[in-house]
Design a protein. Structure first.
Length: 139
């Protein structure tokens, strides 16, 4: 079995944002030479997410609005976590909802997706560098 590891770095200029990373993952898969196996992709920061869904801009706006309703950023004083001097308790909750990682089957050298599926990096406390791990294992 072979293994391939790569780290992506993101610096989203806004507090919240979504980036389609599907093409980058396909490129890394090709570079790995693995034809059959699994690709793991996970956000290595507790205020960011990796998830699979449709690449539709209206959906991404809906996510941002929905998440803000579920865990509004303000008032900052509403969160116990922010009493530590942080202001990002909402980002931790948003990450919990959207998830930490995805695992995708690799079949015949391609990511084995269902219809419309693509991979996204979700940022909920941006404006600084954050890493995403890509680990591919297989033959």
């Amino acid at each position: 079995m072979k293994s391939f590891t790569h780290y992506l770095t993101f610096n989203i200029p806004d507090r919240v944002g979504f980036v389609n990373i599907t093409d980058e993952l396909e490129t890394l898969l090709a570079k790995s030479g693995i034809r059959e196996g699994l690709l793991l992709c996970n956000a290595m920061h507790i205020t960011a997410s990796v998830f699979i869904n449709d690449n539709e801009s209206g959906l991404h706006k809906d996510y941002a609005r929905w998440l803000e309703k579920l865990a509004p950023h303000a008032p900052i004083s509403a969160y116990e976590h922010n009493r530590t001097g942080e202001d990002n308790a909402d980002a931790h909750l948003k990450r919990q909802i959207m998830g930490r990682e995805v695992v995708i089957a690799v079949t015949a050298g391609r990511l084995d997706f269902g219809p419309w599926e693509q991979v996204f990096y979700g940022e909920f406390d941006g404006r600084r560098n954050k890493r995403v791990l890509v680990k591919i294992i297989g033959e």
